[in-house]
Design a protein around this ligand. Structure first.
Ligand SMILES: CC(C)[C@H](C(=O)O)[C@@H](O)C(=O)O
Ligand code: SF4
Length: 756
């Protein structure tokens, strides 16, 4: 039977399939960062479980770290001033040490945003499954990998078992044909696509991007496109591997070498979709329809060409859409029918896992070269990794930026999300190369316009949103990249010297840490921790009528710094619930009204509930508040999944059914959800709902997946044998005992062997 690229990668990873279609799939690559891992490691510890495949796991710090100079960097404890950010980073360092994981810390030039460092190292390879507790894991699909974001419970599952329980998604093909017009980059292409299909357009699907426009793109451009497939609602985005992919990977530290390389390429070449493969959804896009594109509103689907204007709500018939547009215009602070070009900006941010690679920086530098930033603009450039930064500096890009008055920073997520000090102030407007323009995303009250690097640079120079096609563009000669391997050895040579000099004080501490992985875990098949059971739930239902309720709205970034699962209830819907200036409750928000302070259920009439980030903090916040069931017309995939992992029940119902329940909820009457019989009772009426058999079974019995998966240990081991035989390059063995310095409880350890 003909198969798509997605079908092929999926089939190659299935370990076991249950009757209802739920599969246990093997995970080849696991990236770990400080925000979504502390609770997962805590879970491992509580159950005395080790990390099953440290050789297939790579950790770094990226979200919380300051992007200021590291000239005086000693350790995270002294460098990170903000308490919660520091604790989260220190916790990761303690965990990588205890569980024996490879870690790129802040003194390592390979440190950077997880989605930049994986490809850079050849950790991401075609035909692999790649996961991370981060929604933009979709980036890695550019290599023909099946790559998707997961919540913290699943991070724990992967750490413990190297597998995940998954249902197969639908196949969606987005074909882009024709030559991209001048000034149009991969960012414009993906923004245009999201404008066409909407932020829920890809829900339940894995998107394959194809067509000659995509085939002509570099790997870095393909990564920007796959990166934002999550903004299109998809589980993952993929591009078939080809010569451009192989060329990119050749010589990368973890790419296969010698005869293994040839064997790998032979396999990778089989991964493209069969000519007559069937897709559930097909979308055709003409490159000639795409202009330099940006967002006008607060959802990534609110796009318009730079020559366009903001929409006019008066012309929108659908009342829900009209309300959403009015709300977005109000937040973004631009009147209807206003031309986008010329809207004044206060800040420019060039960075993020979408656009912080060397080609992005070159494109921005080409616009900036020889000019000056508008005097009222604060512009910052944040490379995606230490290696990108070094490469840019070799090419003189840093000089081009600083001469123009742009700030040149150290690698990290930075103002994409502002978990570190890089944030917008209330009311500030930013041209940003990141991927999310949600309310408050870059700082409470901040206003974000998503743009390409060239467009961001143009906005920085002109001080307003600008059509890059009218800018003078300089030639930026590119210097061939130094291979990451050369980079690494150069770096370690210099560090070795430093380590020798510092070696006396902590030698005993270092000696103590090498055996830690074994100490952290004694049994391999610990008992299941369990989740709270869910059978029936009766209570008040809080009515909501917002579309695209995103996870930044459910729980903003400042609350992601916790290393616990509890205590988030008071911050649920923080920005809607409290006045930002006074901290007082907003009496108009439903959760501040009686009887909904005691709500156990939420009923939302707007679609795409829980879109955006993979943060499991969103269901944790609901749970902590006391809401264990959410009814909505549709849910974003990761949020939906995360609910079940926490003993919560998300229910999809038809619009009319929801309207009826919403009306009843508004009266303040109680609603009952009966999971056993799959019925919602409200005001003397009832509606039936669907739920997958396996998920129901786990909820009703309070079963935790890890315990269940552990029972399949034999099948997993057997799969691993086959994997070593068929794809030997996937067993991690790239780095040979390189060392990294980490700080434990404020003491800087000597160098500990953590690298492969
Ligand atoms: C912190 C993490 C869970 C989150 C994500 O999943 O996307 C973050 O990277 C973001 O961009 O909001
Ligand atoms: S979207 Fe932003 S915050 Fe999230 S991983 Fe990418 S750069 Fe980091």
């Amino acid at each position: 039977m003909s198969r798509t690229l997605y079908d092929k990668v999926w089939d190659d990873h299935v370990i076991d399939q249950q009757e209802d279609g739920t599969c246990l799939i093997y995970i080849d690559r696991h990236l770990v960062h400080e925000v979504t891992s502390p609770q997962a490691f805590e879970g491992l510890r509580n159950a005395s479980r080790p990390v099953r495949r440290p050789d297939c796991t790579l950790a770094t710090v990226d979200h919380n770290i300051p992007t200021t100079t590291r000239k005086n960097f000693k350790n995270i404890t002294s460098f990170i001033k903000e308490d919660d950010s520091r604790t989260q980073c220190e916790t990761l360092e303690q965990n990588v040490e205890a569980f024996g994981l490879t870690y790129f810390g802040m003194e390592d030039s390979r440190q950077g945003i997880v989605h930049v460092i994986g490809p850079e190292q050849g950790f991401t390879l075609p035909g692999t499954t790649v996961v991370c507790g981060d929604s933009h894991t979709s980036t890695h699909g550019a290599f023909g990998a099946l790559a998707f974001g997961i919540g913290t419970s699943e991070v724990e599952h992967v750490l413990a078992t190297q597998t995940l329980l998954q249902k197969k998604s639908k196949n969606m093909r987005i074909r882009v044909q024709g030559k991209a017009l001048p000034g149009v980059t991969s960012k414009d292409i993906v923004l245009h696509i999201i404008g066409v299909i909407g932020t829920a357009g890809g829900t339940g699907c894995v998107i394959e991007f194809c067509g000659d426009t995509i085939a002509a793109l570099s790997m870095e451009s393909r990564m920007s496109i796959c990166n934002m497939s999550i903004e299109a609602g998809a589980r993952a985005g993929m591009v078939a591997p080809d010569e451009i992919t192989f060329e990119y990977l050749r010589g990368k530290p973890l790419a296969p070498k010698g005869a293994e390389w040839d064997r790998a390429v032979e396999y990778w070449k089989t991964l493209s979709s069969d000519a007559d493969a069937k897709y559930d959804i097909n979308v055709e896009i003409k490159a000639s329809d795409i202009a330099p594109t940006l967002t006008w509103g607060t959802s990534p689907q609110d796009v318009v060409p730079i020559t366009g204007s903001t929409p006019d709500p008066a012309k929108i018939e659908d009342p829900a859409r009209r309300a959403a547009v009015e709300r977005a215009l109000d937040y973004i602070g631009i009147a209807p029918n206003t031309p986008m070009e010329g809207v004044k900006v206060d800040k420019v941010f060039i960075g993020s896992c979408t656009n912080s690679r060397i080609e992005d920086l070159r494109a921005a530098a080409a616009v900036v070269k020889g000019k000056r930033a508008a005097e009222w603009v604060d512009a910052m450039v944040v490379p995606g990794s230490g290696l990108v930064k070094r490469q840019a500096e070799r090419e003189g890009l840093d000089k081009i930026f600083t001469d123009a008055g742009f700030d040149w920073r150290e690698a990290g997520c930075s103002m994409c999300l502002g978990m570190n000090p890089d944030q917008l102030k209330p009311g500030e407007r930013c041209a940003s190369t990141s991927n999310r323009n949600f309310e408050g995303r870059q700082g409470a009250g901040g206003r974000t316009h998503l743009v390409s690097p060239a467009m961001a640079a143009a906005a920085g120079i002109k001080g307003c949103l600008t059509d890059v096609r009218n800018m003078e563009i300089s030639e930026i000669p590119s210097t061939p990249k130094q291979s990451p391997r050369q980079e690494v050895s150069a770096q370690f040579e210099s560090e070795e010297v430093q380590a020798e000099t510092n070696s006396s004080e902590d030698s005993s501490a270092a000696a103590n840490t090498t055996a830690a992985p074994a100490a952290a875990a004694s049994t391999s098949a610990g008992e299941s921790a369990g989740i709270p059971k869910f059978t029936t739930l009766k209570g008040y239902a809080a009515p909501l009528d917002i579309s695209n309720v995103d996870t930044d709205m459910i729980i903003p970034k400042q609350f992601l710094k916790t290393i616990k699962r509890t205590g988030l209830g008071k911050s649920l819907f923080f920005a809607l619930r409290y006045d930002p200036a006074t901290g007082e409750e907003n009496p108009n928000f439903v959760l501040n009204q009686e009887p909904y302070r005691e709500a156990r259920i939420m009923v939302c009439t707007g679609p795409n509930f829980g879109c955006g980030s993979s943060r499991e903090h969103a269901p944790w916040a609901f749970n902590d508040f006391g809401i264990r069931c959410i009814l909505a017309p549709s849910f974003a995939d990761i949020f939906y999944n995360n609910c079940f992992k926490n003993g919560m029940l998300p229910i999809v119902l038809a619009q009319e059914q929801l309207e009826a329940i919403h009306a009843e909820a508004k009266k303040g009457s109680e609603i009952e959800v009966d999971l056993i019989n799959q019925v919602v009772h409200f005001g003397g009426n009832q509606v039936e709902f669907n739920v997958e058999a396996f998920r129901k079974h786990c909820l009703v019995n309070g079963l935790d997946d890890i315990g269940l998966t552990m029972q399949k240990a034999d099948k997993i081991a057997k799969f691993e044998e086959k994997r070593t035989e068929s794809w030997p390059w996937l067993d991690g063995k790239g780095y040979k005992g390189k060392a990294t310095k980490i700080s434990i409880n404020g003491h800087q350890n000597k160098k500990t062997k953590l690298d492969w």
